[in-house]
Design a protein. Structure first.
Length: 78
């Protein structure tokens, strides 16, 4: 009985981690600007359709498709 409880706890922890990663990825895609307008829609559809695989691919290659924001210097700090 103890082993069954640990297995259940492990599934619960991994499931919760996967849900948090899924939500974080969707929010990151929505908040980001991409080089192409259709790229955002393609990433959202891919993450929803292919869940874990698309999340891993997005974490590896997603930064290349985003628009890089230039950092502005603060004259008060300089």
């Amino acid at each position: 009985m103890i082993g069954f409880g640990l297995i259940t706890l492990a599934f619960l922890v991994f499931g919760l981690a996967a849900a948090v990663l899924f939500i974080w990825t969707i929010v990151d895609i929505i908040r980001s600007d991409f080089k192409d307008g259709a790229t955002k829609i393609v990433w959202i559809i891919a993450v929803i359709a292919f869940n874990f695989l698309a999340i891993i691919i997005y974490l590896i290659f997603g930064k290349e498709t985003k628009v890089k924001k230039e950092t502005q210097s603060n004259p008060m700090v300089d």
